[in-house]
Design a protein around this ligand. Structure first.
Ligand code: APR
Length: 308
């Protein structure tokens, strides 16, 4: 067994396989791909391994239809479940994906009791609750990927509109992963300069609107699935922050116990991500309007969780 960190990715579809690709090329550790489709995770792992000499990464890649190979994982990324089809909301996936995510989380957690779980399956915030309940893990070791993706969409659109580097755009998006997400223009800057210096409020509002519907825009184009490059990149950024104990401050779906006046629910907030998982939830001072929007978004998440 290598001494490299171990990342298990449950669900080797579009997001899972692309996450494996990012993880391997960044040499974050050995990767195990698990899926119910026979031969598929094995085939993808083998194919990706054969890219290693070309791309120059050292990582062991394994595919499996079971969980034994995942034993002792440091990070478990759950991407199993159905993606959206045109006309569907993320919430339409609730019942099907809750069953799948619960099954995957309990089996993976049994093999890796000390791992940190990153949930990507939708509806994201509710699936985090499912994963926490099924794994029995404490709140700091279950975290959802949504905020980084929503923020990345927002940053990409701003960079494009201003013709500046994506790297220089800092921004924050809170709330549930859905059309009720809460972009925070007051925390949006370009190399520290407030975005309003470069852009009219009207233009920014249009970008906020496009960000909210960012996932749906891609579903409508792809027709047979949902976004996967940016979601997988975001999941791997979280895995990297954890495995390298980077202590990054990133917007993630975290389990709240009183922060922002919210209790017993996963919702997108900025947090400190390190080797222990969610090491801290960062509580910002929000305007009355922003707080109300966050609560509205959280109410939508709660409605779904109540249906579980
Ligand atoms: N165990 C393991 N894998 C499963 C299970 C299960 N019980 N059920 C389904 N899968 C697998 C499917 O076989 C498929 O390969 O999950 C994979 C999902 O891959 P895609 O259909 O390509 O979907 P993807 O685009 O990767 O999205 C996965 O993430 O963003 C969310 O809404 C999206 O919920 C969806 C999930």
């Amino acid at each position: 067994m290598s001494a490299r960190p171990k990342i298990s990715i449950i669900g080797a579809g579009n997001i899972g396989a692309t996450a494996a690709h990012w993880a391997a090329s960044k040499e974050l550790g050995d990767v195990v791909l698990v899926d119910i489709a026979e031969g598929m995770p094995q085939g993808k792992a083998l194919d990706l391994f054969q890219a290693a000499p070309i791309e120059g990464f050292d990582a062991k890649l394994t595919g499996s239809n079971g969980y034994e190979e995942t034993a002792g994982s440091d990070v478990i990324i759950i991407t199993a479940g159905l993606p959206r089809k045109p006309g569907m909301s993320r919430d339409d996936l609730l019942a099907t994906n809750a069953k799948i995510v619960g099954d995957c989380a309990s089996k993976a957690a049994a093999q890796s009791p000390n791992a940190i779980i990153i949930v990507i399956s939708n509806p994201l915030d509710a699936m985090c609750t499912v994963a926490m309940r099924a794994s029995g893990f404490p709140k700091e070791r279950v975290v959802g990927m949504a905020g980084i993706l929503d923020t990345a969409r927002y940053r990409a659109f701003i960079a494009e509109a201003l013709n500046v580097s994506v790297e220089d755009i800092q921004a924050l998006v809170l709330g549930g992963h859905g059309d009720a997400m809460v972009p925070l223009p007051s925390y949006t800057s370009i190399s520290g300069i407030p975005v309003t210096h470069f852009m009219s409020q009207e233009k920014l509002d249009a970008i906020v609107d496009r960000t909210r519907k960012g996932g749906g825009e891609i579903v409508a184009l792809l027709k047979s699935g949902s976004a996967f490059y940016a979601p997988s990149a975001a999941g791997i950024q979280m895995a990297e922050a954890i495995l390298k104990d980077k202590q990054r401050i990133l917007p993630c779906a975290c389990y709240l116990e009183g922060e922002y006046g919210l209790e017993g629910i996963f919702v997108g907030v900025p947090c400190l991500l390190g080797r222990k998982g969610v090491e801290k939830v960062i509580e910002l001072k929000l305007s009355e309007k922003e707080l109300a929007e966050l609560h509205e978004s959280a109410a939508g998440v709660k409605e779904l969780v109540d249906k579980l």
